[in-house]
Design a protein around this ligand. Structure first.
Ligand code: CAA
Length: 295
């Protein structure tokens, strides 16, 4: 596989395009918004500059990687000669089903259709196509250029050869693939989200403050970020939507989202992306300031 199309130019889409382009794949990044595509290219350039500054990428390799990137605003045009499509659109089931229906119509018959979904059923997404055996989950972690894991999720109908080729491909990106099966939250979020939810419950019930909860997990368990900071980083709306998938998928009360999380998302406090969650964020500043609501 050499020709890759990436659908969605948000944080995950630009990260995925970044690693493919850096590893010499021809990448067509597709989004309905040209403005979003321009922003994504600028972000990729900036993130590659960080790698150049750290010495993990040469300036020449950066220029070569950037020349591997093209953009497109329509699926029909953008995937017509793709060998692999990685969909990284917004985490919304109806949108994903619509995109996969369009991909099935427009992509070559042999093209593998992967989704970066963090919790939506691969089997359900595959059922929106006439090629469910070529549909697979390829779940990258944020920030994509830094995080080593790719969680590869087999849908019910995914062919063994497809899984094997995505495993090999992930290794050529310098990633470590882990193959799992298609049940709510897969492995990453089935384990991560209950931890985050429990951290929010601990705050909600007054067991400890934001800083204390995060410090216990950072210094006590060697996590790079505490669970509340990580929730802000992932997006509180994304955390809530994944918890709802777990709650509905298993019908088990233990996955019920904490009412505090529900309130914060309803009120528009979504973490880093909205400027405030458990912490307050100022663009350009790395200071971690607890939101005044939790002081
Ligand atoms: N592109 C390229 N390089 C990047 C980058 C990006 N987007 N973001 C960070 N980096 C690089 C930095 O340049 C730096 O490089 P060196 O190690 O060579 O110095 C390194 O990553 C560390 O970055 P910083 O010094 O800026 O900051 P840090 O040390 O605080 O690390 C972090 C930042 C890597 C994000 C770290 O805090 C971390 O690992 N956090 C946890 C991330 C995590 O758990 N992600 C998974 C979220 S869950 C998910 O994504 C899936 C889901 O379905 C919800």
């Amino acid at each position: 596989m050499k020709k890759i199309a990436v659908i969605g130019a948000g944080t995950m889409g630009n990260g995925i395009a970044h690693v493919f382009a850096q590893n010499d794949f021809q990448v067509n990044l597709i989004d309905v918004s040209q403005e979003q595509l321009d922003k994504a290219l600028a972000t990729i350039g900036k993130n590659m500059d960080r790698q150049v500054a750290k010495g993990s990428l040469t300036e020449a390799a950066k220029q070569k990687a950037l020349s591997n990137l093209t953009t497109n605003t329509t699926i029909a045009d953008g995937v017509k000669d793709a060998e692999l499509v990685v969909e990284a659109a917004t985490e919304n089931i109806d949108l994903k089903l619509k995109i996969f229906h369009q991909l099935d119509e427009a992509a070559p018959a042999s093209c593998i259709l992967a989704t970066n979904t963090s919790s939506i059923s691969i089997t359900k997404i595959a059922a929106a196509t006439k090629r469910p055996e070529l549909v697979i989950g390829m779940h990258f972690m944020n920030p994509v250029p830094v995080m080593k894991l790719v969680e590869i999720i087999n849908g019910y109908a995914t062919k063994r050869e497809v899984t094997d080729s995505i495993v090999e491909l992930s290794k050529t990106l310098g990633k470590v693939p882990c193959v799992v099966n298609d049940y709510p939250g897969f492995i990453a979020n089935r384990i991560l989200m209950p931890m985050i939810n429990e951290a929010i419950y601990s705050l909600y019930e007054g067991v400890a403050g934001v800083q204390e909860i995060d410090t216990v997990m950072k210094l006590g368990m060697a996590h790079p970020m505490g669970p509340l900071q990580l929730a802000d980083f992932i997006g509180l709306d994304v955390c809530l939507s994944i918890l709802n998938v777990l709650y509905q998928g298993f019908g088990n009360q233990k996955y019920a989202p904490c009412p505090l999380l529900v309130n914060m998302v309803t009120a528009g406090f979504k973490g880093v992306k909205s400027g405030e969650g458990f912490y307050t964020y100022t663009p350009g500043s790395k200071d971690l300031i607890v939101s005044s609501r939790f002081k």
